[in-house]
Ligand binder design. Structure first.
Ligand code: NDP
Length: 490
């Protein structure tokens, strides 16, 4: 069985303790590879390698760092089909999605930050006629990068690329549930000629390898994407050590549809925002608010389409819905379907596991599920389910839509569908979310700030925000020479 290796100091190495965990294919339920069960000694090695590489890498010209990262992007593109297949097998997502979203975006992440660093400038402030202040931005040292299982290469590269572009070295820990494309990336980084120790990837579980990385005294910068509970744990470790932390956490995002919206556009995009990646996207619109006058019309079309989504082998071209990522995630989603019934929800479609025959008969599939009849404060409408499950909630007024949208602890993203521009602006201002999409969903421009508010996280990634996050601003103040007459020289 294929063994994944850690990437430390430019080498692919086994974990020091020699322990491995089985890596399962969610579509079959069977193990197909093994992932290192690394511990603090492996993290220590990774940090030591990152530290050794730091003095040279942090002084390497931006043009050279850019060249190497562009080479990684090219290699991802050259290997796109292999990577898409690997991502699909590892996560259970349809290969179509891995091909169209995950892998192209991983290449774009490298390309974007490789070129952004060439244009990154800092500020200067003239203080009357007395002095000039300028901001020196320097890399912060060793960055710890921890990513989740839902968009494995996409989210890992979103952290690696800006960390390295700005001259930091890094130790990354991908989710142990979906390690394969991170492993493939380490092979590609070797092929690209990335100097040893600039990027290190240590595989293993959160409580063991992840916690060792978070708590490591020489890792002063921590970028984490994952669940809100884990984020709180990480924050509590980092705060007393005064580490710089960005936390991209969970969401319970509203998708708000007004009566004047164009249903021909709303329905297909809402199907995607509800069920793409089996609903396991932090930005999924899991609570659909529909103006009451069009609720019936919307539901008729939306449910009809949800019922026809092809649930099947992720490796088949026709498949639209693959498997849930793990037994734990499958059980969690199934338990929420039970909660929905207990809370009095009406299940219009789905609501149960799907059986896919053949090689996938042991797989973890759940049919796309649409639920109505649950109040905004029900558990199903408050807690992140992270599966192919959405609720539909009617509203009568704009105020009601806004208060419903804001009525969870989360604040990651929102979609608003309306032809009324003034209303769109009003909602964009009133909804508590890091991103508000008007008449669209997941339309991403890598230059914009990205991140959540409230329990969806702190700190922003994306574009200049990421370059700022991974650098430390230092103010340098230069006083103008004083002229003999007592003033400053002009
Ligand atoms: P988790 O929080 O369980 O895990 C995320 C990562 O953290 C994994 O690599 C995990 O390791 C690691 N980890 C777990 N415990 C610790 C710890 N104590 N110290 C350090 N690292 C730890 O999230 P999931 O993997 O379950 O991902 C799903 C969640 O991610 C959802 O809530 C989703 O909303 C959120 N998410 C947020 C995004 C955003 O941009 N805001 C984007 C995508 C997802 P391992 O799993 O290997 O044990």
């Amino acid at each position: 069985m294929k063994r994944i290796l850690n990437y430390i100091g430019g080498e692919l190495v086994p974990p020091l303790g020699g322990a491995y965990l089985p890596n399962l294919e969610p579509a079959t339920g069977a193990p197909y590879s093994e992932v290192p069960d690394s511990d603090s000694s492996d993290v220590e090695r990774g940090v030591a390698a990152a530290q050794e590489a730091y003095p040279v890498w942090s002084r390497t010209p931006a043009s050279e760092r850019s060249r190497l990262l562009l080479r990684v992007a090219e290699l991802i593109e050259d290997n796109a089909e292999d990577l898409a297949r690997a991502e699909s097998v590892d996560t259970g997502k349809p290969i179509r999605l891995a091909r169209s979203l995950d892998i192209p975006r991983a290449a774009s992440n490298f390309r974007f930050f490789a070129t952004a660093i060439l244009h990154f400038a800092s500020e200067s402030h003239a203080t009357d006629h007395r002095a000039i202040n300028y901001t020196l931005r320097r890399p912060r040292g060793i960055a710890g990068l921890i990513s989740p299982w839902n968009l494995p290469l996409y989210l890992l590269s979103w952290k690696i690329a800006p960390a390295l572009a700005t001259g930091n070295t890094a130790v990354a820990k991908p989710s142990e549930i979906t390690p394969m494309t991170a492993y493939r990336l380490s092979e590609l980084c070797r092929e690209a000629g990335l100097p040893p120790g600039v990027l290190n990837i240590v595989h293993g579980t959160g409580p063991k390898a992840g916690a060792a990385l978070t708590g490591h005294p020489r890792v002063g910068t921590l970028s984490f994407t994952g669940g809100t509970k884990t984020g709180a744990e990480i924050a509590s470790v980092c705060a007393p050590a005064f580490k710089k932390v960005a936390l991209e956490l969970g969401g319970k995002n509203p998708n708000i549809i007004f009566a004047d919206a164009l249903l021909d556009e709303v329905v297909p995009v809402s199907i995607r925002s509800s069920f793409d990646n089996q609903g396991q996207i932090c930005l999924s619109g899991s609570r659909i608010f529909v103006e009451r006058t069009i609720q019936e019309k919307f539901l008729e079309r939306f449910v009809e389409r949800a019922k026809t989504l092809v649930v099947g082998d992720p490796l088949e071209e026709a498949t639209e819905q693959g498997a849930l990522v793990s037994r734990a995630q499958f059980d969690k989603v199934m338990s929420y379907l039970q909660v929905a019934r207990q809370e009095g929800g009406r299940i219009l479609c789905g609501g149960d596991a799907a059986s896919v025959g053949g090689r996938c008969s042991g797989g973890l599939f759940i049919r796309p599920t649409v639920i109505t009849g649950l109040p905004v404060n029900s558990r199903v409408n408050q807690e992140e389910i992270f599966g192919p499950v959405v609720t539909v909630i009617p509203f009568d007024t704009e105020d009601e839509a806004v208060s419903g949208a804001n009525a969870t602890p989360y604040g990651l993203s929102a979609s608003v569908w309306t032809q009324n521009l003034s209303r769109a602006h009003r909602l964009a201002e009133r909804i508590q979310a890091g991103t508000v999409w008007i008449n669209c969903w997941m339309l991403r421009d890598l230059r914009v700030p990205f991140g959540g508010v409230k329990s969806s996280g702190i700190g922003k990634e994306g574009g200049l925000e990421a370059l700022r996050f991974f650098t430390e601003p230092r103010n340098v103040c230069i006083q103008f020479p004083v002229d003999p007459g007592g003033g400053t020289a002009s």
